[in-house]
Structures are given as structure tokens and as C-alpha cells.
Design a protein around this ligand. Sequence first.
Ligand SMILES: Cc1cc2nc3c(=O)[nH]c(=O)nc-3n(C[C@H](O)[C@H](O)[C@H](O)COP(=O)(O)OP(=O)(O)OC[C@H]3O[C@@H](n4cnc5c(N)ncnc54)[C@H](O)[C@@H]3O)c2cc1C
Length: 398
Amino acid sequence: MTSLNKTSNHYDVIIVGAGAAGLMCAITAGQRGRRVLVLDHANKVGKKILMSGGGRCNFTNMYSAPENFICSNPHFVKSALSRYTPWHFIELVEQHQIAYHEKKLGQLFCDNSSKDIVQMLLRECDAAGVTIQTDSPVQVLETDELKLLESPQGRLQCDSLVIATGGLSIPKMGATGFGFELARRLNIPVLPTRAGLVPVVLDDHKLKPLVELSGISVDTVTETDSCSFRENILFTHRGLSGPAILQASSYWQPGDALKIDMFPDIDLTAYLTEMRREKPKTALKTLLADKLTRRVAQLWCEQWIEDKPVGQLSDSDIEQVVSHCQPWTVKPSGTEGYRTAEVTLGGIDTDALSSKTMACKDHPGLYFIGEVVDVTGHLGGHNFQWAWASGHAAGQFV
Ligand SMILES: Cc1cc2nc3c(=O)[nH]c(=O)nc-3n(C[C@H](O)[C@H](O)[C@H](O)COP(=O)(O)OP(=O)(O)OC[C@H]3O[C@@H](n4cnc5c(N)ncnc54)[C@H](O)[C@@H]3O)c2cc1C
């Protein structure tokens, strides 16, 4: 082994990945007096934070709870989430006087810009004495008691090595399989990965008539085989997106259908039967447009349902209408994949990690935090809450 200058090349903690989880871990460890170095191969830190929440970063969710996470062991998230709650992060945001608001359903966004969150994390890193190096691709050479890394700064040693390199989504933003590859090399189990919180695509045959609806949203209850979400869907030029579809995509399996109730608050059969009596001269299209928008109602009538005054609808006509709306059943041909996915499902098997410290059970001093781990949050700030909580958990022990 090369002889190293202990003072300059040795760190108590090296964290690979200067995203949400890595920076939170660095702050927590730095505050404990540890000598911390964060390395990132990208040219700036926190790129996903910057692009998140449409540029306003949905940095947490007030109601974040274990039920909001997908993990092969649903109990795994409990320890970290209970020790670093959304209120801890909100307190930090308030200390830095960052203006924020609740958009809906407990989702907290910056009033101004995601940059506020990155600046806050960098200020906290600075105060905790953390060193951050960007443009620093690394190789892990040894993971024994003393860990050895090759970096543009030369060979580096550390006692604790934290992998916070995130998942595979948005490769353009610097996502890599670094964490998964290292784990495989060390025989740490990695559960199969796939894109989550991602728009679905429809094959040409199903898409063609819908393309002209691109950009229109409809309030729905969207259901997969295992769960349902009350949110909007959005028609896109490739298929469907919007919060309901993104949420459902994390549970959707190839070949499955999505059941989309386009009239979530009403029993459509009863409603049409009543309208047949009350407003017999009203066109079906007009009635549907009240809820679906004019363009969606028109297209539904052109494609699948015959438009006529509701007074002329037979019981079987009503059945026909309902069968295309409550639910509208649609079978995606796939998803848009990692190119546009917000998250990666699967990853480092939580069975290999301590839920308290995020340390590898079989590799003392090696930690995995954030999205690289098989923990995926629902849409709405839960993924950052996992990044903060898991980063904080490891930061207390590294
Ligand atoms: C478009 C978009 C919008 C999103 N919006 C939200 C939102 O509003 N709210 C929410 O809760 N979640 C949101 N998410 C999800 C959220 O961004 C992630 O869950 C979160 O960033 C994961 O944090 P992390 O630190 O684990 O990984 P990341 O933030 O991805 O950080 C990983 C870091 O590791 C670095 N890295 C990768 N490979 C290497 C390597 N080989 N060597 C060195 N460094 C490496 C990367 O450059 C990156 O800086 C969004 C995601 C996307 C893509």
C-alpha cells in the first residue's frame, strides 16, 4: 500500500455524492467534530435539489410517515424517520429564514428557489468544517478497516466511507450506478432497480386519438393492482403523466392495467340516470364536459361513446358511458424510464444494513444512504425526507 500523509490525506469520514443525503450526513458528522470530505463527480453539488419541485424544491412533507415509502422491508425506514422528522428540517429552513409554503397535502415548497436549500446546506457544511470537492470521480480501492480511495486529489484514506450516490434517474444530471456496482463487488445484495415516479407511455394505437389532449389535466382516482391515488392525470404527447400517474407508476408492473376513475366524487351511473330525468335535453357531451373539460368530453364522445341528449340514453347506453369513465381502463406499454423518472425503485437491500446507522452489517465502516438504498418515497417531498433522515442517521455514527 502507498504510504500516505496522515494529516492531509486521511479523513474520519469520506462521503461519495454531494446530493441531499450526502450533504446532510456531512453536516451531522461535521457538527460532531469529525473530519469530513465530500466528493462528487459533478461540477456542482445538489443538482437534483436544484431541479426539484419545478425549481422550488418540495423539500419535505409535513405528514411524511413510513406508509409513504416503498421498501422490501416496510419497517426499515421507521428508525431514521422517527429520529429526523420533517419538523427538524423545517426548523433548519426557518433558522436560515427561507420562505416556504404548503402547496397541498403537506407538501412544503420554497417560495423563491431550490437554490435556497442548496445554499443552506452549503452554509451548514461550512459551519461544520466540511470539505467539499466537485469534479472528483473516485474509485474505491479497499474497504478494510481503513478505506482507500483513488481521486483526482490523489489517494485518500478514511475510517468511515459513506455512499450517497443516489439512483439511476436522470443520467444527464450525473446519475450513475456507482453505489450498486460497489455493492455488487462487495457481495452486498442489490434488489432489481426500475424507474419510479415516471410518466407512462401508450402504444401508437392507443395514443393516436389522445395526442390532441396533450397538456390537459383531469382530477381522478387512479388505481393499480395494489393501491390508488386521488390526484390529477395529465395527457402528454407520449401517454400519461401528472401526480396520479407518477404515484401509480411506482407500483405499476409491465402488463398491468391502470384503472382511472374520471369521476371520483360521484356514482356516474346514478348521476346519468338522474340527469336523464332532470335535464333530458342536455347533450351527454356537455354534461361530461363539466367535469372532464370540453376537449376530453368531446374526444371521449368521438371515440367511444355516442353523443346524444341524455333523455335518449338507454340503460345500456349509460353502462357504455360508465365503462369508459368509471374507470377508464388503460394498459401502458411502458414508462419513460430513467430519462425522466424522479426516482429509482429497488437498490441496496435493506437486509444488509442497520436501520439505525445505515451501516453495512458485513462491512464495518461502510454506509449507504439516500436513494441508493431500496427505499422510495411517494411523490410530495417524501424522497427528500428520506435523504435527510438517512443522511442524519449515518452522520450520527460515522
Ligand atoms: C426532476 C426531479 C424532481 C424531483 N423533485 C423532488 C421533490 O420536489 N421532492 C422530493 O422529495 N424529491 C424529489 N425528487 C427526488 C429527489 O431528488 C431524490 O430522491 C434525492 O435527490 C435523492 O437524494 P440522494 O442524495 O440520495 O441522491 P442525489 O440527490 O441524486 O445525489 C447523488 C449525488 O451523487 C453524485 N454521484 C453520482 N455518481 C457519482 C460517482 N460515480 N462519483 C461521485 N459522485 C457521484 C451525483 O452527482 C449527485 O450529486 C426529484 C427528482 C427529480 C429527478
